[in-house]
Design a protein around this ligand. Structure first.
Ligand code: NAG
Ligand code: NAG
Ligand code: NAG
Ligand code: NAG
Ligand code: NAG
Ligand code: NAG
Length: 278
């Protein structure tokens, strides 16, 4: 897709927002792709639970692929002892040099904080993690986790507050997810090898089954039909007050930033880290 076409789609999006794709339904718009026996969709298709038990975890995929969009999901994380479990909500393309945008929720022992883990892969390369503690109890109710992806930036939103931006610096030769359409995925899996305190705390199967609740899937995204976009997506960018909100959250709740992890990359941080972040 050429830059000119991206620009036209973005301009069209400002004026002709296609509401057909706003509200999605799990029964009609997603399909289980792993551990189907642990996927439960409510009769009206509006709510979903994903369960990890001693047999398997599970995953659902959107049927459509998207090229840019705002993909919204409300999630109630596993309550109680969730140590070693990973609940996720992410977008990904296929193949070896894939693109991916992640929200992963790393469980913890009862009373200990979850970690909201974010990452982005461009052309198969990840290693761009940022992690946050939630400023609320993510297990007592549903919260809005939205991935906003457009040609100029990716924004991770939690309950309407942006927590991270990854900007497009392709003009500086830095890979950005801009050429591969992605599906949205939701899953729960056994991550005890790394999830909780770096893999020190294992799953206690006496606490199983581990159940995460999903609702209000919203696909304000451009549907990709294998050759082009056949709808539009919101192209909005952050307002100044949202940037201020984000800075406040990052000051208080960010617990890991790959851009500050100098020991990890032989003393050098990746090139995007020396550019404006948002
Ligand atoms: C799901 O698809 C069925 C069959 O096409 C349709 O009758 C129904 O209205 C759809 N439900 C929703 C919530 O979109
Ligand atoms: C798996 O969980 C089921 C249900 O709680 C239990 O009956 C079974 O013994 C467990 N199996 C193993 C191998 O732990
Ligand atoms: C969820 O968050 C997104 C991003 O801020 C926002 O556009 C959307 O309106 C929110 N949804 C609800 C139901 O508030
Ligand atoms: C779990 O709780 C411990 C102790 O409070 C904390 O150090 C850790 O960061 C928490 N989160 C994870 C995912 O390990
Ligand atoms: C569906 O999810 C919404 C939002 O989390 C929640 O308010 C509602 O009670 C759920 N409905 C069912 C049937 O679980
Ligand atoms: C995609 O949509 C365009 C425009 O509607 C159409 O011309 C093209 O044939 C479609 N391609 C596929 C693979 O469906």
């Amino acid at each position: 897709m050429g830059d000119a076409r991206i620009l036209i789609v973005a301009l069209v999006a400002l004026f002709a927002f296609d509401r057909r794709f706003v509200h999605a339904n799990f029964a009609n718009d997603t399909v289980p792709s792993w551990g189907a026996q642990n996927v439960r969709i409510s009769a009206d298709g509006e709510n979903l639970t994903l369960t990890l038990n001693n047999q398997t975890g599970c995953r659902i995929d959107t049927i459509n692929r998207f090229m840019f969009g705002s993909i919204e999901m409300h999630i109630k994380l596993v309550a109680g002892n969730s140590a070693g479990t990973v609940t996720s909500y992410y977008m990904s393309s296929d193949g070896s040099a894939h693109d991916e945008i992640d929200f992963e929720f790393l469980g913890n022992s009862t009373g200990q904080p979850y970690i909201i883990h974010t990452n982005v892969y461009a052309q198969g390369i990840g290693n761009k993690e940022q992690q946050f503690y939630p400023w609320f109890d993510p297990t007592s109710g549903s919260h809005n986790y939205t991935i906003h992806w457009n040609p100029s930036e990716i924004v991770w939103f939690v309950d309407g507050t942006p927590i991270r931006v990854f900007r497009n610096y392709e003009t500086l030769g830095i890979p950005y997810p801009s050429k591969q359409a992605m599906k949205a995925y939701s899953s729960i899996w056994n991550g005890e090898g790394w999830a909780t305190e770096g893999g020190r705390v294992k799953i206690d199967w006496r606490s199983a089954p581990f159940v995460a609740g999903y609702a209000r899937l919203g696909l304000r995204a451009c549907v990709w039909n294998d050759s082009q976009c056949v709808s539009t997506y919101p192209s909005s960018t952050l307002a100044p007050d949202q940037r201020t909100q984000m800075a406040t959250i990052r000051d208080s709740y960010m617990i890991y930033d790959y851009c500050r992890d100098t020991t990890r990359f032989d003393g050098k941080t990746p090139p995007e880290c020396s550019q404006p972040q948002y």
